[in-house]
Ligand binder design. Structure first.
Ligand code: ADP
Ligand code: MG
Length: 357
């Protein structure tokens, strides 16, 4: 088990600045997620930690020791990547046992360890096949088995479940977490899927355009997003945003014709300033005494045990999400309430707009 620290780490590919001076630390035994949209620099970050990609500038440390120039095989890491990179001429069994043989683990120990991990990763039936005889999902499971079998001190996984169906993903992610806990590894897990990050990780680093946006527990990211991007990236459906203008200290006006003024708990910037009001779908209440925002139902979608209702409010569509099935239909007039405790206000209108707390 080792700690991992990135200190102003950057990556450029020619003119493309893929990772822009990011810093964070992963404690021994921690399960850290790197979450963000496609192209935001997640894989580049992980590949630098793995040693598969040069670090353009900055410092990478394992247990306080700079490892920028250490080759991947000397870093004590287990890696499972989206593009599996299995050895095609070798059988699945040989692919999984390879890291153990390379480290001189006694023969008698290798068989049982391979069998155990193959069972957990659901590839015990294909151990004698070659990688090209497997589906994408099976290849990923073999790649994962190979990463996990060696009890790595640092486990680096890059979207390792992306080619599997939903049920397999949910099953296997629980096993990955279980193995992490059992071997006491320090894990870094890259994903664009917030559900995976929420289910697996102790803390999550959210990235966008090569920048680290925020790092924290899921609860911290959820309750206190640092900016509009983080607020909008976590949550399904995403947080609703309404453009607004500051009226005075704690009151704002919506940029929508005929809408009432709203009092918020946050101290607002100067009068006339553009802000963004945010509220999550599950926090919007439909009806009730304090519902003052008129809207019209556009769409009702059933999602298992909840309804997602899209409501037009003066030309802006908001989504609500609630467990109580209401008999509502497109065209219905409704009144909405935005409870004060669940309000968010951002100082500006773009992704970088900081949250006012
Ligand atoms: P993610 O994993 O979050 O999807 P990547 O780290 O793969 O993001 O990519 C970040 C940015 O760097 C993207 O703009 C991508 O096109 C670019 N990039 C990644 N790898 C290379 C490379 N080998 N050469 C040039 N550009 C690259
Ligand atoms: Mg990637």
């Amino acid at each position: 088990m080792k700690s991992v620290a990135l200190d102003n780490v950057s990556k450029s590919y020619g003119g493309v600045e893929a990772v822009k001076s990011i810093s964070f630390q992963v404690a021994k035994g921690e399960f850290m997620g790197i979450l963000g949209p496609s192209g935001c620099g997640k894989s580049s970050t992980l590949r630098m930690i793995a040693g598969l990609e040069d670090i353009t500038s900055g410092e990478l440390r394992f247990d306080g020791v700079v490892v920028n120039d250490l080759s991947p095989k000397d870093r004590g890491i287990g890696m499972g990547f989206e593009n599996y990179a299995l050895y095609q001429p070798l059988s699945v069994r040989q692919n999984i046992s390879f890291p153990l043989e390379a480290r001189g683990v006694p023969r008698a120990e290798i068989g049982p360890r391979v069998a155990k991990i193959a069972k957990l990763m659901e590839v015990e039936d294909v151990l004698d096949r070659r990688p090209y005889e497997l589906s994408g999902g099976q290849q990923q499971r073999v790649s994962l088995a190979r990463a996990l079998v060696r009890d790595p001190s640092v486990l680096l996984l890059d979207e390792p479940l992306s080619h599997m169906d939903r049920h397999a993903r949910v099953r296997l992610r629980a096993r990955i977490r279980h193995i992490h806990d059992a071997i006491g590894a320090t894990s870094i897990y890259v994903t664009h899927d917030q559900e995976e990050a929420v289910a697996l990780c102790d803390r999550v680093a959210v990235m966008n355009f090569g920048d680290l946006q925020q790092i924290g527990t899921v609860e911290e990211l959820w309750l206190k997003p640092r900016n509009r991007f983080v607020a909008g990236f976590l949550g399904q459906p995403a947080m609703n945003f309404l453009p607004a203008v500051v009226h005075d200290g704690h009151r704002l006006r919506f940029d929508i014709e005929g809408q009432p003024m709203m009092t918020v708990r946050q101290a607002l910037p100067g009068r006339g300033k553009q802000v963004t009001f945010g509220i999550r779908p599950e926090h919007i209440r439909i009806g009730g005494n304090d519902a003052t925002m008129p809207g019209r139902v556009v769409l009702v979608e059933m999602e298992g045990d909840v309804d997602v209702i899209t409501i037009d409010v003066g030309g802006v569509e908001l989504k609500t999400r609630s467990g109580t099935h209401r008999s509502m239909a497109p065209g219905d007039a409704v009144m909405l309430a935005f409870p004060e405790v669940s309000q968010h206000v951002f100082d500006g209108e773009d992704d970088a707009a900081p949250a006012l707390n």
